[in-house]
Design a protein around this ligand. Sequence first.
Ligand code: NAP
Length: 266
Amino acid sequence: MAGGGFEDFVVVVTGASTGLGRAIAVETARQGAEAVVVNYARSAAEAEETARLVEAEGAKAVLVQGDVASDVDCKKIAAAAQTFGRIDALFNNAGITRFANHADMDAVSAQDFLDLYAVNVVGAFQMVRACRALLEAAPQPGAVVNTASIAGVTGIGSSVPYAASKGALTTMTLSLARALAPRIRVNAVCPGFIDTPWFGKGLPEAAVDRIRANAAAGTPLKVASTPEDIAAATVFLASRASRHVTGETLLVDAGSHLGYAALVAR
Ligand code: NAP
């Protein structure tokens, strides 16, 4: 065990089959977690690969299929940790989007809003509710980390409903941090671009290449973030190192929120 902020922790990660969720699951295992509940909705083979990677780091992996938009499924995901008697860290990472030009108001429907909210906002709420008793059973305050987005801070991203859903998730982070203290900490991470299967699902490869290149060129740090880059900051918010942090929103976007103005004055 490499050591770190997760020794003996029981961790739950929603949407852990690919991308950022997989990187979070593996990083918590690398930092000493005892067990990681690996949730997925549809990608069983990819989730099994996440479980293999978690176990290669020395943690027990518990695979659970479940749609976080379903309250029954959220209870099933939480129940997978019951055998350990506690949850030290819950990562609400599952998310979906719809790609649509923000200026084309006819490109999205009321149903698109409801579908995205069902997973990105209601799903996270239902997961916290389902895990509450087990989070409160942790010896230190149980930690929840919501994967929001820079889209929800600046109103950019794949579509208006997506940006709105992530803004709502960030606000919900504040409500729950206040309401569930002192037994549970609740924080949010707002990634910028992450190089995951996310874009491949909705866009042609050439468009993904352009987005990756634009991300690297357009951020002050001149990088396109990998899932591991974002996971490193995300897990901090659930680790013992952040034990006095709650209600915080951490932007992990290589500085993209700073804008693209040329630094002519210095
Ligand atoms: P990804 O590789 O597509 O991962 C999305 C994950 O969410 C998958 O594991 C997927 O599982 C799961 N998921 C989707 N709907 C679900 C549901 N109803 N119930 C349970 N799991 C569900 O994309 P990613 O980039 O890693 O996205 C992870 C999070 O980061 C999302 O919340 C996303 O909004 C956020 N984010 C991404 C970026 C980016 O640039 N990629 C930027 C900012 C924030 P299945 O495959 O099994 O369906």
